[in-house]
Write a protein that binds this ligand. Structure first.
Ligand code: UDP
Length: 322
C-alpha cells in the first residue's frame, strides 16, 4: 500500500475536525481531543446529535462549532491535521426512520469529508461499524471476514452506507494517498446516549428505572458485547496515531445474550421490572463479538471497564434525565 511521509501537525497545536461532534461518541471524542491539546472544529446538523452534548464547551477557545450537514461542501479556512468522520445515525430505530439521510451521510458525507482530508493533507479516520459484518457467519468477527448483509433489508441502508464508506476511504487512500484509518465500532454504551434512541442500553435502562417491563426482542438468545465509551474512544485515538491502514475492530469481547443483559440491567438498577418478549426485528444479527487481536497487537489496546462498572456511571446519567 502506498505510504506518504507525514509532515506532522501543521503547528504545535494539532487541529482536528470531528463530524458528528454533537453525537454520543463524537462529543466524547471531542472532549478527549481537547484534553490532549487539540484544537477541535466540530460539525453536526443535530439530526440525531444534541446541543446538550457539547454545551459544556461553550466559551472554550480551542473549540469551534459549525452547524452543517456534512453532505454539503465543507469549507474551512484553517490548516487541519486530523479528520474524524463520525456523522451518521447509529441506532437501528433511527436509520429505519431516516434511511435516505443515513445513506447520504455515509456516501456523500464521507465523500465530502475525504475531499477535505485530501485538500488539507489531513489524516482521515472513518467510524465504521460491526454492522458491515451483517448477520455474521464467522464468530467472533475478525477483520478479514467480508460479512453477510441483506442489501435490501431494513438495516441495509446503514450497513451498505458504511461498507461504501470503507471502500471510498480505501479508494482515496490508493488513488490520492490520503492517510486513512478505519475503525469498526461494536456496541458501545455510556452517558450521552439518547434516552429514546431505541438501542438496547437506553431502552432497558429507561424501562428498568421506571419499573416498566423490559422488552426483550425474540427469545433473547441473540448475543452482543458491550464496550464502555471511554475504552472505545481511547482505542480510536490510538488507531488514528498508529500506522495501521487496514480496518481495526474496537469493542469489548465480553459476550452475553440479550436476555442475560436484561437481567444484568435489573440487577444493576435494583429494578422491580419483569421481562416481556416482543418480536425480533428483521435481520437482527444473531451473534456479535469482536475479535480484538489486531487492536491488541497493533495498538496495544484492550478494554478496561467491566460492564457492572460502566453501568454505574451510565445509570447515574439516565437517572438524572428521566
Ligand atoms: N433489543 C431488545 N429490546 C429492545 C431493544 C433492542 O431486545 O428494546 C435487542 C435487539 O433486538 C438486538 C440487541 O438488543 O438483538 C441490540 O440492539 P441495538 O438496537 O442496541 O443495536 P444492534 O446491536 O442490533 O445494532
Amino acid at each position: 500500500m502506498p505510504k506518504r511521509a507525514r509532515p506532522g501537525p501543521h503547528s504545535t497545536q494539532p487541529c482536528s475536525v470531528v463530524t458528528g461532534a454533537a453525537g454520543f461518541l463524537g462529543s466524547h471524542l471531542t472532549d478527549l481531543l481537547l484534553a490532549r491539546g487539540h484544537k477541535v472544529i466540530g460539525i453536526d446538523n443535530f439530526v440525531t446529535g444534541s446541543v446538550n452534548n457539547i454545551s459544556h464547551l461553550g466559551g472554550n477557545s480551542h473549540f469551534k462549532f459549525i452547524q452543517q450537514d456534512v453532505t454539503e461542501f465543507i469549507f474551512l479556512d484553517v490548516a487541519v491535521d486530523y479528520i474524524w468522520h463520525f456523522a451518521s445515525p447509529a441506532s437501528p430505530v433511527d436509520y429505519l426512520e431516516l434511511p435516505i439521510q443515513t445513506l447520504k451521510v455515509g456516501s456523500l458525507g464521507t465523500h465530502k469529508a475525504l475531499g477535505l482530508a485530501k485538500h488539507k493533507k489531513a489524516r482521515f479516520l472513518l467510524a465504521s461499524t460491526s454492522e458491515i459484518y451483517g448477520d455474521p457467519l464467522v464468530h467472533p468477527q475478525i477483520e478479514e471476514y467480508w460479512g453477510n448483509v441483506n442489501t435490501i433489508g431494513p438495516r441495509g441502508c446503514y450497513d451498505e452506507a458504511k461498507r461504501f464508506s470503507e471502500a471510498l476511504a480505501m479508494a482515496y487512500h490508493r488513488e490520492h494517498q490520503v492517510e486513512t484509518r478505519i475503525v469498526r465500532i461494536f456496541n458501545t454504551y455510556g452517558p450521552r446516549m439518547r434516552l429514546h434512541d431505541g438501542r438496547v442500553v437506553p431502552a432497558f435502562l429507561s424501562q428498568a428505572l421506571k419499573n416498566k417491563p423490559i422488552t426483550v426482542f425474540g427469545d433473547g438468545r441473540q448475543t452482543r458485547s458491550f464496550c464502555y465509551f471511554s475504552d472505545l474512544i481511547e482505542g480510536i485515538y490510538r488507531l488514528m496515531l498508529s500506522d495501521h491502514e487496514l480496518p481495526v475492530n474496537i469493542g469489548n469481547p465480553a459476550e452475553m445474550t440479550v436476555l442475560e443483559f436484561a437481567k444484568e440491567i435489573i440487577r444493576a438498577t435494583g429494578s422491580k421490572s419483569k421481562i416481556t418478549f416482543k418480536p425480533l426485528p428483521q435481520d437482527d444479527p444473531k451473534q456479535r463479538r469482536p475479535d480484538i487481536s489486531r487492536a491488541r497487537k497493533h495498538l496495544r489496546w484492550e478494554p478496561k471497564v467491566a460492564l457492572p462498572q460502566g453501568l454505574v456511571k451510565t445509570i447515574d446519567y439516565f437517572r438524572q434525565r428521566l
